[in-house]
Design a protein around this ligand. Structure first.
Ligand SMILES: [Zn+2]
Length: 542
């Protein structure tokens, strides 16, 4: 039993906005009252629900490829990484498993969603998530270039496609469905990409990216998954992609969906030299579609590594930068590309990208629909979130930063015109309450009775780097104090959230011969055993 006494509590889900009150915990959950137990004196401190990362990349084959590709980064460590009592790991922009858990917990984040898992490497991803301590996890299955699913969508066999998707979700032990560059990765196997939403995809007679988006969004709805289709739109990163993104919003009209890293999809201009922000147009369209949520995918200046299933985009980025490049094609399912990247303040393109992420966070009016992410490690490392919080809360500080950008870039953004400052309550929404709601995790993101006792307590003093949210004073996971006075005190094992949508038993008879013909692994060796998950928690489908 534990009482957090006298802290200033921000719990937006329950309408609590800066109220001094006690939070009581028993058996890992928030309860209304306790007698006895430990008391943490939180007077003068800020009490938040633990952070929830709706879109990050921390585990699996792509991450390992990136780690291997960038040995020069591996000696960059952060706090918690050099302790005789903790497990070892590399730091840098792609921390290894144990370090990832320590770093998220050390920042006050207690749940994360690994946003891109191919069925074929689900086992590897789960093994790494198993070794990522403290935080609870979920992961999303890459479906928008799975050739079995695409063939069924082309044939108009939506019902069978639904059963196949359900079977694949069950086989991979995942939580939801992700679509990356719909159709573009399958086209990349012929060196092509998808540029237009409504034109047939390479290798198909009729199937378009638009049909994949609407088909998968409907399948996810029909399966009753807690989290809607999680979509990385076509034409990521390309100047002028605002048109594609607005077209995609039209395709999604009336449906639920989550738009990943919206920043990378909000550019105008017709080339790199004319690239500009289209955050205003995107935010306006997004604001009018209440069925959608998004995460920012904000960019910070400095080191990053771009890791995405979007193989053709990564090849283009390699051509543009001349940096190292890795590519994986994952049989009939998806692809993957890696390019290390440095965002530079003096670069016109990077300056626009930096501004667009912040502009979207400021122009989308409802904080319950846009969440704080950097698409880690694509736009910057997750452990730099406090820098973004500072930029959102302090307009003067933000305008000082804008002044450092090249004059040419400042003419192509609207950031200096935006005076909005996030309140503490709004920060609690975009870092915790909102993503928990969008993920469909009712026990996360709030401090009401019955919630998981994941709590982050910040002192109101700034850290050595000048950030308010740099190092929390205490972090509680399932009611246990895991971080205290800036030190990791306990290493717990998180849960893994999965769904088990129902599917037709006969669907295996349809899939088995396709496997024999097209896959390098046997059908029996394909599914992941649930026994391999340390603490699976099955969330209901509606
Ligand atoms: Zn991503």
């Amino acid at each position: 039993m534990l009482r957090i006494a006298g802290g200033t509590v921000y719990d937006p889900t329950n309408g609590i906005d800066g109220v001094v009150k006690d939070i009581c915990i028993a058996d890992g959950r928030i309860v209304s009252e306790i007698q006895g137990g430990r008391t943490i004196d939180a007077s003068g401190m800020i009490v938040f629900p633990g952070g929830v990362d709706v879109h990050t990349h921390v585990a699996g084959g792509a991450l390992n490829l990136a780690r291997g590709l960038m040995p020069e980064n591996q000696r960059i460590a952060r706090k918690f990484l050099h302790s005789p009592t903790l497990r070892s790991g590399i730091g840098g922009v792609t921390p290894t498993t144990f370090a990832t858990g320590y770093l998220y917990a050390g920042m006050g984040w207690t749940t994360l969603n690994e946003a891109a898992v191919p069925v074929l490497s689900a086992k590897h991803t789960h093994e790494e998530l198993h070794d990522t301590p403290v935080v609870d996890k979920s992961c999303l299955l890459l479906m928008a270039n799975n050739e079995i699913v695409l063939d069924l969508l082309e044939a108009g066999e939506l019902e069978r496609a639904r059963h196949v998707v359900a079977w694949l979700i069950r086989a991979a032990k995942v939580y939801g469905v992700k679509a990356v560059n719909p159709g573009g990765i399958t086209a990349w196997k012929w060196g092509k990409n998808v540029r237009q939403l409504h034109e047939p995809i390479e290798g198909y007679d009729r199937l378009t990216a638009a049909a994949i988006v609407s088909g998968l969004a409907r399948i996810v709805e029909d399966l009753g998954l807690p989290h809607p289709l999680h979509l990385h739109c076509n034409n990521l990163g390309i100047p002028g992609n605002v048109t594609t993104t607005l077209d995609t919003l039209k395709v999604l009209e009336g449906r639920r969906a989550h738009l990943a890293h919206l920043q990378f999809h909000s550019y105008g201009g017709d080339g790199w030299s004319s690239m500009r922000s289209e955050a205003v147009a995107i935010a306006e369209a997004f604001n009018s579609q209440p069925n959608l949520t998004a995460d920012a995918g904000a960019v910070l200046f400095g080191d990053a590594v771009t890791i995405t299933a979007d193989g053709p985009w990564q090849h283009l980025l390699y051509q543009l930068t001349g940096r190292k490049w890795g590519n994986l094609d994952v049989e009939n399912e998806t692809g993957c590309g890696i390019v290390p990247y440095v965002y530079k303040e003096r670069s016109l393109v990077n300056a626009v990208q930096w501004a667009v992420g912040l502009e979207l966070l400021l122009l989308v009016t409802d904080p319950w629909r846009i969440f704080l992410t950097t698409d880690h490690p694509n736009g910057g490392c997750f452990w730099r979130y406090p820098e973004i919080i500072q930029l959102l809360m302090d307009a003067e500080y933000r305008k000082e930063q804008v002044k450092k950008l090249p004059a040419k870039a400042r003419r192509r953004i609207v950031l200096s015109d935006l005076d909005r400052q996030y309140t503490l309550s709004e920060i609690a929404i975009i870092t915790s309450a909102g993503p928990a709601r969008a993920l469909g995790l009712p026990q996360k993101g709030h401090l009401g009775v019955g919630a998981d006792a994941d709590v982050t307590i910040y002192s109101q003093q700034r850290d050595a780097d000048g950030f308010l949210f740099g190092y929390p004073r205490y972090v509680l996971k399932d009611g246990q104090v895991v971080v205290e006075e800036g030190e990791l005190r306990a290493v717990t094992q998180g849960r893994e959230f999965i769904v088990r949508p129902s599917c037709d038993d006969q669907i295996e008879e349809y899939l088995r011969p396709l496997f024999q013909r097209f896959y390098t692994v046997s059908f029996e060796n394909y599914p992941m055993d649930i026994e391999r998950l340390e603490r699976p928690e099955i969330m209901a489908c509606s």
